[in-house]
Design a protein. Sequence first.
Length: 305
Amino acid sequence: MSEFTVAGLRVVREAARHGSFSTAGERLGYTQSAVSRQIALMEQAAGRPLFERQARGVRLTEAGRVVLRHAEAVLGELDSVRQELEDLTVRPPVRLRVGAFSTAMAALVPRAIAALVAARPQVAVSLREGPSGRLLTSVARGRLDLAVVTPPRQAPEGVEIIPVLEDPLFVAMSPRHPLADLASAPIGMFREERWIVGSAEPGTTLLGAWSDVSWEPEIAFVAKDWVAKLGFVAAGLGVTVVPGLIVPVLPPDVAVVRIDHPAAVRTTAIARPGDRSQDEPRREFGELLRDMSAELAADLRRRLR
């Protein structure tokens, strides 16, 4: 029986990203026959088809989506190994490994890094973006020195959680939207809206911020990338939920309305090893994250005036 291989998982990932075996081959430098062979081996390992062959390209099956999710994790870890090995020879000896969820990467983390390297130019910062659960695991296993996360109900063993910000949630919309001039609105006013989300499952998106409404949001489009989501919003094709962290860096063709609901807040926290022996760059970076959180909150208030 075939087994999953790194080469095969890379082919699956590229084919899924581009919806095409031929494009996957071009991206990886493989021939068409080599791509087909790798896909066949991965499907043998899975024991079922991973792709539906269509007239124009391919589409993942349910089994393919499962394999892709784990492929992203495996390949991401291998990339981290390669980066750490390179760090041994080409990076300065002082190193800080930082992780963060996507919207924290928009403004909070870059500002904190800029302040850190200005004060300590010898510090080399490596970044990993991902969901909070995966970042917490990386901190617990010693693969990250610090991560910006949404805190879990229970932290992994050996991980300390330090809240830094209670981040309000907003609905982003086109400036032409009838509600765009409001400062805030109750969630009921968005009942008839079409939503642009990162996942069709409400529990995995910020739509899950409130759970006591009696209606199901109408999903218009699913777009995982924030640039894509905001593009759909700016075009007037729907609305989406954004955290306050990202509001100060939103483009001018996107308006925001604060959600007037007690659950429409997301806690942002620092996760770090709980051994108390914090080295100076990690301690200083944590303080800078708190400082930059306060600055972003002030920027948010200025934008909403």
